[in-house]
Ligand binder design. Structure first.
Ligand code: SF4
Length: 343
C-alpha cells in the first residue's frame, strides 16, 4: 500500500525513502515540491530524474482528500470547503480573506466529541481524528484552489485540537518550519475548550503559537448549558492552564466568549468575567477577549444577543482595561461562520 507522504514528518520520510534515494539534496528537493511548491503529482518534480519520479509514485501518495463542495460568500469572499477523506467521511475548512491577508480555519477531527450546544459541528458524532497529512492537506488544497498564499492558520474548524494532540503538534512543526510552510508563530492559533493536561503539554513544548480558550461562561452552571461536557475541567482549572500557557510561552491568549441572548450576555456576566480574569492574573495586554455573537444554527433554541447587550458587555470589559474585540461573522450566508460547520 502506498504511504501518504503528508502523514510523514521529514525525518520519517527520510527513513521511508532510504531504499530509493540516499542523497540529502534530493530529499530536500522532494520536500520543497511537496510543501513549498505544493505539487499535486510526482510528474511535476521536474528537477528529479524520471526514473526516480516513477519510483516515488509507486511508493507514495501525494493527495488523499477530495474537495466535494465549495461555497463562496457573496458578502465577504469567505470560502467554505467540504472535504472527503479516503474512507468517505466529510469535514470542513474555511478560507478567510481580509485586507489582502489570507488565513484558513482547519479541522482536526471528523465530528466533535465536545458537543457544544451552540455548534453545528458538535452535532456530528466523533468519527475519528484527522491524520497529520489530512490536516496539512486542507491548507495545501486551499492554497492551490484559491491560488493565494495563506499566512495565518486557525485550528478552529471541526473538532477539538487538543484531543488530537500528536497530529496537531506534528502539523505545528511543519507550519513553523521554514523548509515547509514558514508561517509565523503569531499567525497560528490553536483553540481548545479546556483540555487542561494537553494545554500544559502544549505550553511545555513551547511552539509560541496563540492559544484560544473557549470559555463562553462565567460559572459552571452557565457553562454546562453551552458545553454539556467539561471533560472534568472546570473554569478554575481552565483559567489556571491559560495563565500557565501565557507564562511559559510568552505568547498571546484569547478568551473566546460566545454571546447568547439571556444565557451569558448580561451586565452582571460582564462584571463576573472581568473578576474571573483579574482573580487569575489574566488582566494583561497579552490577553484578549473575543466576543462572538451567536451564529444561528438549526436545532437550537438559542438566540443572538441584541446589539445593545453586545455593546454594553464590550464596554464593561473595555472600561476595566481588557482588550476586547467583537468578532464579525464571516461567511454567514454560506454557514461558514463560527459554530456553523456541520452537515
Ligand atoms: S465549538 Fe469546537 S469544540 Fe465545540 S462542538 Fe464545535 S467544533 Fe467542537
Amino acid at each position: 500500500m502506498k504511504k501518504y507522504i503528508l502523514d510523514l514528518t521529514n525525518a520519517q520520510f527520510k527513513i521511508a525513502v532510504k531504499s530509493i534515494i540516499e542523497q540529502e539534496y534530493r530529499i530536500n528537493q522532494i520536500i520543497e515540491w511537496v510543501y513549498t511548491k505544493k505539487a499535486v503529482s510526482f510528474e511535476e518534480f521536474t528537477n528529479l530524474p524520471k526514473e526516480l519520479r516513477e519510483k516515488l509514485d509507486k511508493r507514495f501518495l501525494l493527495r488523499a482528500l477530495k474537495i466535494v463542495k465549495k461555497e463562496k460568500s457573496v458578502i465577504d469572499g469567505t470560502i467554505r470547503y467540504t472535504f472527503q477523506s479516503v474512507d468517505k467521511k466529510y469535514f470542513f475548512a474555511v478560507f478567510l480573506t481580509k485586507n489582502g491577508k489570507n488565513s484558513v480555519c482547519i479541522s482536526s477531527q471528523i465530528g466533535c466529541p465536545v458537543m457544544c450546544a451552540f455548534c453545528f459541528s458538535g452535532k456530528v458524532k466523533l468519527v475519528r481524528n484527522l491524520s497529520r497529512g489530512e490536516i496539512i492537506e486542507q491548507l495545501l488544497q486551499i492554497e492551490n484552489d484559491t491560488r493565494e498564499k495563506v499566512s495565518g492558520v486557525l485550528f478552529m474548524g471541526m473538532g477539538e485540537p487538543m484531543l488530537n494532540f500528536n497530529n496537531v503538534t506534528s502539523v505545528l512543526n511543519s507550519l513553523l518550519s521554514n523548509k515547509e510552510f514558514g508561517i509565523g508563530k503569531r499567525h497560528i492559533t490553536v483553540s481548545s475548550v479546556g483540555i487542561v493536561p494537553a494545554i500544559k503539554k502544549l505550553a511545555d513544548e513551547n511552539f509560541g503559537v496563540r492559544l484560544a480558550l473557549s470559555l463562553h461562561a462565567v460559572d459552571e452552571k452557565q457553562r454546562r448549558k453551552l458545553i454539556p461536557s467539561n471533560f472534568g475541567f472546570n473554569i478554575e482549572h481552565i483559567l489556571n492552564a491559560g495563565r500557565y500557557y501565557l507564562k511559559k510561552t510568552n505568547s498571546r491568549l484569547t478568551m473566546e466568549y460566545i454571546l447568547v441572548k439571556g444565557i451569558n450576555d448580561s451586565v452582571v456576566d460582564a462584571h463576573k468575567l472581568t473578576r474571573l480574569l483579574r482573580q487569575h492574573e489574566l488582566l494583561n495586554p497579552d490577553v484578549q477577549v473575543n466576543l462572538i455573537p451567536f451564529n444561528p444554527v438549526i436545532d437550537t433554541h438559542f438566540q443572538t444577543s441584541d446589539q445593545q447587550s453586545i455593546q454594553k458587555f464590550k464596554n464593561i470589559l473595555k472600561f476595566n482595561g481588557i482588550t476586547v474585540n467583537v468578532r464579525q461573522a464571516k461567511g454567514a450566508d454560506i454557514s461558514a461562520a463560527c459554530g456553523q460547520l456541520g452537515y
